[in-house]
Design a protein around this ligand. Structure first.
Ligand code: ARG
Length: 473
């Protein structure tokens, strides 16, 4: 039976159910290498300020490095009765180097230790998320570029609205994921603060060097209030919120992919290797990956709500409730990283059925707004033009024809202002190419957007974080 590091004041063994209920090592062992990194920085600092001798410092660091190796190689034995990752490592260190191991915990508590571990862990995850978001954006730009000539119906209310470039539609998602990238960069800055030195809650009487530890661990700052530092989980909330917002975007994109692949739309196809079949219907090819990403949005939202609920009403400072921050966080990290990779594969593999999209543009009088705009140019107030075109559309519906199939005479019956030049206003290409306003779907604007995106991706890859959220005026 392993001796508990906190066992001094206890006479009885811990109840097995309590041990089982309270252990966290089964999941917080994920933090082990970060825990060791934090401990090594702490030990080095204790050595520098003279709390540990050089020899003690050397022994402790060497022991910790050996333990790290055992963990990496899968040789380390985790013991639930030692509760959590911190006490497992401390106990292993004692077994290796003897009682001097006990000096490592000077001027430190598990309360500032655990939150340091989570910050180190999450900083790495945030970096990976940003990287994967960038790759997804890159693939969106590439797909948009390859399909610059493809027209599709733009929708509002899921009804045909106006023709747009398919590339413009894809680049709308690029914008969402760009904002997500910026959000995760901001979250990373919030994460990157060192709580070590706060100890249990009130700070420590030892003359430690907090800046040294922070610097060694790559933190940008040290926390300002010890009581806040040990109970603050806002940086996790921020991460979970950013993840939830990213999943809103992923889920919307997946919904579109699912719709587009249905025979009713038939706008795209997906490669076999990204789809699965049915165990009963031999003909089926299902977009399960997209559905799963849409479905996993539920747990990502749930994880945010779960931590919000844990934190609400907690008195200062550390409470064991805070141990419940980890599983939701780990789950969201894994779900987000894999969803980003898989959605990138989906976009990369998506085969565009340009003909079908164009055909769909012929349904639903997509250039009706253009006709109204034309009448405005002839001097008719927009509201009146709108009403007139409404009547023309109703006429087409009755006759079962398209706007551009009407004769000049038929059109002139509705307004004598209409002349021969109207027909170029009724074509799909004309409609798209006239929308030259900044941010519009005209091919030259979309070209510019693609160039801009490629430029910012390049500069982000070179290390310059892009924080321009809008077009500069
Ligand atoms: N396993 C704990 C957690 O995850 C570590 C900190 C425990 N501190 C304490 N005083 N019990 O929050």
């Amino acid at each position: 039976m392993a001796k508990k590091p906190w066992g001094g004041r206890f006479k009885a063994e811990t109840n097995k159910l309590v041990e089982e209920f309270g252990e966290s090592v089964s999941f917080d062992k994920k933090l082990a290498l970060y825990d060791i990194r934090g401990s090594i920085a702490h030990a080095r600092m204790l050595g520098k300020v003279g709390i540990l001798t050089q020899e003690e410092t050397r022994l402790i660091i060497q022991g910790l490095e050996e333990i790290a190796r055992e963990i990496r190689e899968g040789r380390f034995v985790w013991r639930k009765e030692l509760e959590d990752v911190h006490m497992n490592i401390e106990a292993a260190l004692r077994e290796k180097i003897g009682p001097v191991a006990g000096k490592l915990h000077t001027a430190r508590s598990r309360n500032d230790q655990v939150v340091t571990d989570v910050r180190l862990f999450l900083r790495d995850v945030a970096d990976q998320v940003v990287e994967r978001l960038r790759y997804l954006r890159k693939v969106l730009v590439k797909k948009a570029r390859e399909n610059m000539a493809v027209l599709m119906p733009g929708f509002t209310h899921l009804q045909h609205a106006q023709p747009v470039l398919f590339a413009h539609h894809l680049m709308a998602y690029y914008e969402m994921f760009r904002r997500d990238t910026q959000r995760f960069c901001a979250v990373r800055r919030e994460i990157n603060v060192c709580p070590l030195g706060s100890a249990a809650l009130a700070g420590t009487p030892f003359p430690i060097d907090r800046e040294m530890v922070a610097q060694e661990l790559g933190f940008e700052a040290i926390s300002r209030n010890s009581m806040d530092a040990v109970s603050d989980r806002d940086f996790i909330l921020s991460f979970l919120s950013a993840a939830a917002i990213t999943f809103v975007h992923l889920s919307r994109l997946m919904e579109e992919i699912i719709l587009w692949m249905s025979p009713e739309f038939s706008f795209i196809d997906l490669p076999d290797e990204l789809c699965t079949g049915s165990s009963i219907m031999p003909q089926k090819k299902n977009p399960d990956v997209a559905e799963l990403i849409r479905g996993k949005t539920g747990r990502v939202f749930g994880n945010l709500l779960s931590l919000l609920t844990v934190l609400k009403g907690l008195p200062l400072t550390y409470n064991r409730d805070l141990q419940e921050d980890k599983e939701p966080l780990f789950d969201t990290c894994e779900t987000l990283l894999s969803a980003l990779s898989l959605s990138t594969l989906l976009i990369e593999g998506l085969q565009v059925k340009a003909e079908r999209m164009r055909k769909a543009c012929e349904e639903g009088h997509l250039t009706a707004t253009d006709l109204a705009d034309y009448l405005v140019l002839k001097g008719i107030p927009f509201r009146d033009a709108h009403h007139l075109v409404g009547q023309i559309v109703a006429y087409c519906e009755e006759k079962g024809c398209k706007l551009w199939e009407l004769s000049l005479e038929e059109l002139r019956n509705f307004s004598p202002e209409i002349a021969e030049d109207v027909f170029e206003w009724l074509t799909l290409e004309g409609s798209v190419s006239r929308r030259k306003v900044k941010g519009g779907t005209a091919p030259e604007r979309v070209q510019e957007a693609l160039l801009e995106a490629e430029k910012e991706l390049l500069s982000e890859e070179r290390g310059g974080e892009n924080d321009q959220s809008h077009t500069r005026i």
